[in-house]
Ligand binder design. Structure first.
Ligand SMILES: NC(=O)c1ccc[n+]([C@@H]2O[C@H](COP(=O)([O-])OP(=O)(O)OC[C@H]3O[C@@H](n4cnc5c(N)ncnc54)[C@H](OP(=O)(O)O)[C@@H]3O)[C@@H](O)[C@H]2O)c1
Length: 380
């Protein structure tokens, strides 16, 4: 069904879509390539929410190259996600493709939002356009795991990030942990943060390490054309602090990107009065251990966040995994041995039956300097 050229142009569209990884959220990353007689006439990607969609960029370039002809009869558009059919902040892309006389549209993956899914495709078909769906669909969906999941379940994609030694320790017994992993891994973590809508940690990490939890453009190691410092989006910093212990002397308050303090009791009013504008509080129910109830947390985050990165100690990482909220675990494993009294990686329940332990599947393994990065899927 697919020609070599089809696959080549859709691969190009997927590559373009990835260029939006650091700037488009909460919108999905989408790429588009328009061809005529197997020559690329136009291409583009969705740069940021509220801005033109990938198809609009590609149509503008194609029209210009076709000597200003609005009619692109005979042209094929390759799009990584089903073109939208509704008026949002921009007019529907399906309508734009129809207006420009595109003859064929190849879609990698349908829009997962049940309210949208299929409508863009039907709009194109009703206008007499040939539509082929499914080329490199898995690859295209993998660019937007958070968007795909949230549109179907109203929950964010949850990644637990951890760094550990070969013997599974995250710090020496006295807490020293700088640095277990090398600069390549730390740069990779900055990129993970930069792609996440929210970064969640536990109060103990904040009290012990006093981190800033922001993305530092200079540490991303990305080219300016991939993302410049001004377009870089900071993730929402979320601190789980059931007993409302955090005070505004914490270093993270000094950086003005948004912070959400989640507790099970209200912070004292006198404390709240010291919060700068970028800090807000959310009181949620507690679980059986008196801690922030994670289902309520992720439901709340799912209202706005596609992807959530958990960067916490063994306690919160263990809670997220053992309560089946983690979609993915990213483990940076350093070629170091920290000893038997070092701090453990994940606090999990004391399983007594092998049938109860979480099963983990290796998805990807790669070297980052001297470290190894494992991407793992956790099955409940
Ligand atoms: N190796 C790594 O990748 C990595 C990453 C980050 C941090 N760390 C290290 O981890 C150490 C701290 O680890 P930690 O295990 O003590 O603390 P943690 O996991 O960062 O925070 C745990 C605390 O979060 C609060 N919390 C609120 N809701 C929770 C829930 N549903 N489940 C679990 N916790 C919840 C609890 O305190 P309340 O009950 O008071 O709310 C809990 O004690 C630090 O030394 C830091 O350096 C390592």
């Amino acid at each position: 069904m697919w020609s070599i050229e089809d696959t080549e142009f859709m691969s190009r569209a997927i590559k373009l879509a990835r260029r939006g990884l650091y700037t488009t959220r909460p919108n999905p990353c989408v790429g588009c390539v328009i061809t005529l007689d197997d020559q690329i006439l136009g291409e583009g990607f969705h740069i940021r929410a509220g801005g033109p969609h990938a198809e609009v960029h590609a149509l503008a370039m194609a029209t210009q190259r076709a000597d200003g002809l609005a009619d692109l009869k005979g042209a094929t558009a390759y799009v990584t996600l089903e073109p939208c059919s509704h008026y949002g902040r921009t007019p529907p892309c399906a309508e734009a493709l129809i207006k420009h006389g595109i003859s064929r549209v190849v879609v990698a993956v349908e829009d997962p939002n049940p309210r949208v899914s299929g409508r863009g495709i039907n709009m194109l078909k009703d206008a007499g356009i040939k539509v082929d769906v499914g080329l490199l669909g898995d690859e295209a969906a993998q660019i937007n795991p958070g968007f795909m999941k949230r549109m179907q379940s109203a929950l964010p994609w949850v990644t637990v990030k951890l760094a550990a030694s070969l013997d599974g320790k995250t710090a020496l017994s006295n807490g020293a942990s700088k640095w277990i992993t090398g600069p390549e891994s730390r740069r990779d973590v900055q990129r993970l943060r930069a792609r996440s809508c929210a970064l969640v940690t536990g109060i103990e990490t904040v009290l012990l390490d006093d981190p800033s939890l922001n993305v530092r453009h200079s540490e991303l190691g990305l080219l300016a054309q991939q993302v410049d410092a001004d377009s870089l989006l900071q993730p929402l910093r979320v601190i789980l602090d059931s007993r409302a212990r955090l005070t505004s002397s914490a270093k993270l308050f000094a950086i003005t990107s948004p912070i959400l303090l989640v507790s099970c009791v209200d912070y004292p009013q006198a404390e709240q009065d010291t919060w700068p504008e970028h800090v807000s509080g959310l009181t949620l129910a507690s679980d059986n251990d008196g801690r922030v109830e994670l289902t309520a947390l992720f439901s709340h985050l799912g209202k706005t966040c596609n992807s959530v990165l958990i960067e916490a100690g063994a306690t919160l990482a263990g809670s997220v995994i053992s309560h089946n909220h983690a979609d993915e675990l990213i483990l940076y494993q350093a070629m170091k041995l920290l000893g038997a009294n070092g701090r453990n990686l994940i606090s999990l329940p004391d399983y007594t039956d092998m049938a109860d332990i979480p099963s983990v599947e290796l998805i990807d393994e790669r070297k980052l300097g001297d470290d190894t990065r494992l991407t793992l899927k956790i099955r409940s």
